[in-house]
Design a protein around this ligand. Sequence first.
Ligand SMILES: C[S@@+](CC[C@H](N)C(=O)[O-])C[C@H]1O[C@@H](n2cnc3c(N)ncnc32)[C@H](O)[C@@H]1O
Length: 356
Amino acid sequence: MTADGLLCYCRPGFEPELAAELSERAAEAGFPGYARTERNSGYVQFLGAEGLGLTQALPLHTLIFARQKLRLIADLTGMDPKDRIAPIFDALAGGGRYGDLLVEHPDSDEAKPLAGLARAFGNALRPALRQRGLLTAKEDPRLPRLHVCFLDGDHALLAAGDVRDSSPWPSGVPRLRQSSEAPSRSALKLEEALLTLLTPDERERLIKPGMNAADLGAAPGGWSWVLARQHIRVLAIDNGPLAESALATGIIEHIRADGFLWTPPKPMDWMVCDMVESPRRVATRMAEWFANDGCQHSVFNLKLPMKKRWDETRMCLDLFERKAGKPLVIRAKQLYHDREEITVFATNPEARARAL
Ligand SMILES: C[S@@+](CC[C@H](N)C(=O)[O-])C[C@H]1O[C@@H](n2cnc3c(N)ncnc32)[C@H](O)[C@@H]1O
């Protein structure tokens, strides 16, 4: 059955947040429709709206709870396990060519056993698509990527991703490997934030050896260590102890203080914050740093242990923007390494423009 609309992946359990976000953003953009999802499924479909216009109106980097955003092509139910390829050809008939193929499944407990099928089916589908001229011989980023998302052995969603506006990773999950020296697993969170929330240009120009940073709520030192590996000098603020591997970098100074009260001795290039506190309190403190010119760029985490997480997210981001009292570039995402939380990148557009 052909379908139109969006297919987005999210962290299992966060479907209501993604559904609310898509519904609100689509309505604002003039594409009213409805979200269809199931709790803990790891995906949301947004239906009843014209997919092409909607996907252009909602770039992935502006969606907080979506790990991936694709345009739906078809909902294939009752697939014959002996020939799952034929219905895919039928659904793609009359469409264009694709520059890449990803066969995947949502990141849910229920769908994880489909990993083997996805791998094997991808190996069979790829040459078959090429033979029909539906897939280029080599990856071509100018053409859309075809996604086959298995929901069950006999049920798959077909969708297309614009390479410039979708995640390159299967299921939208980045494969980052933790270094054995990293003081904490949280290190991966900052690594993913820098990879996901900054453009390649920003990563190159805004993160420079010799810069300085403050890390609020630094212990045991994962985020400080990630910055130190980029040769950034870090003031690590936390009453708790730092790991030996963080101190061994030689450019992380531990300051035992309250991150809500401590002020930097001079303006910092970067301020990062992973303090476990109420998100409104963190958002307010982050805004004060920008209002006081305490930093130019920031990555901070907002913990969302409450029920109405979409409402709280919007509230906190509005609060942050308003209290900063100056225009900022703000991007937020629930990263793969985020649990009940989101991560925000904020930058002073003047400093950013000077660097780029
Ligand atoms: C999730 S951990 C940070 C992990 C760290 N980002 C890493 O990569 O290793 C949260 C830290 O926030 C600290 N924290 C909470 N409230 C704080 C405050 N008011 N001032 C300073 N640190 C605080 C805690 O002591 C804890 O070490």
